[in-house]
Design a protein around this ligand. Structure first.
Ligand SMILES: [Zn+2]
Length: 471
């Protein structure tokens, strides 16, 4: 079995994955806050961690993926207020969109998708444990985490304690012992339409809690949801790199202080999707909603686009990037047309398959893996040209792990439908060849190539092969 290595943000190194429970891996990936429809940037962690799970299962590890949905959060209250609907109604509506939009990626669902609103008992108990152990304090109805009570605070994000800002602004600042402290619980404010009473959950504590009815802070929600489903010290905690601080730093601190144990063994973070050099934040407006991107380019191209870059690196978003991904998908479908179904390939091609899985084992290097996959395709095409067919078994195995296992082989008219102009040029070139006007035939071949196609003369006339720029 391959050794699987992943980059861990806390240690700053690529480290071997050593499951807490032999043969089993638990992954918790922070999901969206449901206050608007998700954009292509939110789809990246969904795809990265769904595919990582597929790869780990391919390697014989039983893998559980938990991807939470944050349905109780300031942003939801604010957006609902603006739209004149209740926060519960907005969250419910957006959960429906989130599920449909990610279903369209065709990667299946995570094993568990907990909601903060349905984990309230565990969240309240967690806060109570932090108060009991002196790591948190109630103040004016709110509860705050006492950051300086955790000597390891900052060990995930590698920030100096004096350079940290919890991003809570002035909210509750007069109730904090220290500006560094962050909210675990926020007492209900005027006009807020959904809240929970901690007393109703803490029925076995002798005195009524001194904190007011209200709602939890974002960070404690994840500590509680992760622990409820995976326990502490689980294998991989993931999310976007924008979550390292304060969200993940705070999750880690809460669990360390309440449980005396680290929440996760490896912290994995994906890079942001960038639009003209900017991080794609929701505040930049409704840029590239996932459902629109999938409608325009199709789920195959979207998945291919998202695995085209290393998960840790930023990924540029532009129509030409998606067009490029679409051509790569086309090239694979084109190769599948020439392959015999259900058979394995010759040994020298299987080497590319081994290299493909080795690349995934080396910090989930999907662009390197794809390069191996296209080497395989190139070999298969070469064999086909020599009249020697290969089977599609190895290619199907690779494609399945990166979420492209359902690609169909091209039909005869697909090249024509995809680029009718290239098809017409190919027909014109065929006529030139038959008239033995080889200069013109060569010039037409160059025109076709400039459109991204290689023309190949087969027994049934000219065939167009999609060209893909190698990275
Ligand atoms: Zn989270």
């Amino acid at each position: 079995m391959r050794e699987i290595r992943l980059h861990d943000t806390r240690s700053g190194h690529v480290v071997p994955l050593k499951p807490r429970d032999p043969g089993r891996v638990g992954i918790y990936a922070c999901g969206p806050t449901v206050y608007s429809r998700i954009h292509i940037g939110n789809a990246r962690p969904y795809v990265v961690f769904s595919l990582l799970k597929r790869f780990l299962q391919h390697e014989g590890l039983q893998t559980t993926l938990v991807a939470n949905v944050t349905d109780v959060n300031d942003k939801i209250y604010d957006a609902a207020h603006e739209q004149g609907i209740s926060s519960g109604e907005l969250a419910c509506r957006m959960i429906g969109h989130y599920t449909a939009d990610t279903d369209a990626l065709g990667l299946g669902r995570p094993d568990h998708e907990p909601l903060a609103s349905q984990t309230m008992g565990a969240i309240v108990a967690y806060i109570n444990d932090l108060i009991d152990s002196g790591h948190a304090y109630a103040s004016g109805g709110d509860v705050f985490f006492r950051v300086r009570s955790d000597p390891a605070y900052g060990s995930l994000s590698h920030r100096r304690i004096d350079d940290m800002d919890q991003g809570e602004g002035v909210e509750g600042s007069e109730r904090k012992e220290d500006p560094l402290d962050f909210a675990l619980w926020k007492g209900r404010k005027e006009g807020e339409d959904s809240w929970w009473d901690p007393a109703s959950f803490l029925t076995d504590v002798p005195e009524k809690p001194v904190w007011a009815p209200g709602r939890p802070g974002w960070h404690i929600e994840c500590s509680a949801m992760a622990e409820s489903l995976l326990g502490v010290g689980f294998d991989i905690h993931g999310g976007g790199s924008d979550l390292v601080f304060p969200h993940h730093e705070n999750e880690a601190a809460q669990t360390r202080c309440a449980r005396g144990h680290e929440l996760a063994k490896i912290w994995m973070h994906n890079g942001m999707i960038q639009l003209t050099g900017e991080k794609m934040a929701k505040s930049a407006g409704n840029i590239a909603p996932l459902h629109e991107v999938v409608e325009r380019w199709g789920r195959d191209a979207v998945v291919m686009y998202l695995i085209g870059g290393h998960y840790r690196q930023p990924l540029a978003f532009s129509p030409s990037e998606l067009d490029d991904a679409e051509r790569r998908v086309y090239r694979i479908r084109d190769a599948l047309r020439r392959l015999r179904a259900g058979e394995l390939s010759p040994a020298e091609m299987t080497l590319h398959k081994e290299a493909f899985f080795d690349a995934l084992a080396d910090d989930f290097n999907t662009p390197k893996a794809l390069a191996c996959l296209f080497e395989w395709v190139r070999d298969a095409n070469r064999r086909a040209e020599e009249g020697d067919e290969a089977g599609d078994g190895d290619l199907r195995e690779m494609l399945g792990v990166v979420g492209l296992g359902d690609l169909d082989a091209l039909g005869a008219d697909d090249a024509r439908a995809s680029d009718p102009e290239a098809y017409e040029l190919a027909q014109e070139r065929e006529r030139a060849r038959q008239e033995r006007d080889f200069d013109r035939a060569d010039a037409l071949r160059e025109q076709i190539r400039a459109r991204g196609w290689e023309v190949r003369d087969g027994p049934d006339g000219p065939d167009l092969i999609a060209l893909v720029a190698e990275r």
